[in-house]
Ligand binder design. Sequence first.
Ligand code: CP
Length: 322
Amino acid sequence: MNTDTQHDAQYAWKHKDLLDVSQLDKDDVQHLLDLAVSFQEINNRSVKKVPTLKGKTVILFFAENSTRTKTSFDVAAKRLSADTFSLSKSGSSINKGETLKDTGLTLQAMHPDVIVIRHSSSGAAEYLSKLLPCSIVNGGDGWHAHPTQALLDSYALRTVWGPDFTGKTLLILGDIEHSRVARSNLYLLNLLGAKVRLCSPRTLLPRQCGQWDCEVYTDINEALKGVDAVMCLRLQLERQEAGLLPDLSEYSRRYCLTKERLALANPGAYVLHPGPMNRGYEIADDVADSKQCLVLDQVSAGVAVRMAVLYLLGTRNDHLPA
Ligand code: CP
């Protein structure tokens, strides 16, 4: 594997944890994504394993459901030869009332190098990062942040747009209010030079979004005009209060990304979705299955990006005396 990049001579990763993309500067992001390109080369080999993190331990602590994030962190760690252990809410002592603090201290006592945490509470990853000496990766906390999702989305866009997103416009469409994916992507896409638009029903727009670096729409037809990519978001019904939406069929009638609506965007505009998709509600079947849709490229990018994150965090102390 070639982990040399043009940044390497001057560049040094300085982060103990990855809590959100807002802690990263452009050099961090370019370095991490360049590294992920090298790791993707391993993922395309017939033998997909290197000894880079042999002897390191990664704990996957997922107190909320996940398919993509949990599996891809597990695959990523194993491809780097780290040992992985999984803890879910169901089947753990969290269900007997154990606190986040005691769960964290218990896991730390097993001397992991990295803990990846997903939690329904915004700030859970930051809380563990202050409590524990091992590296913490935020695998999604409440409505707050999902840094590796934003990084993998930018990786997928880089493969079609190149590394500089200047001149590109991306629309984030759907349930913005409850979306950690939207918040992390807004920062990262702006950092890489893209313009960002948000579109959702007024009841699903965050109150403070007028102060964010983006254009805000409630009319999907207006929002789609002239965009180069659309990121559809899942309706997060599990996080919504009753009454935010009149009903699902009305939402789908007004906001579902259909082929007809996508035709309002620039020709060949790409479609992204972090998954899981609610087909027929926020995205139509024929859009989800179209060539313009990068959903499975995003999943594939997720393994490479998470290998890069685990590599950077898992080796950060390797220069210190044993
Ligand atoms: N995008 C994402 O976080 O998917 P999972 O909930 O399946 O991990």
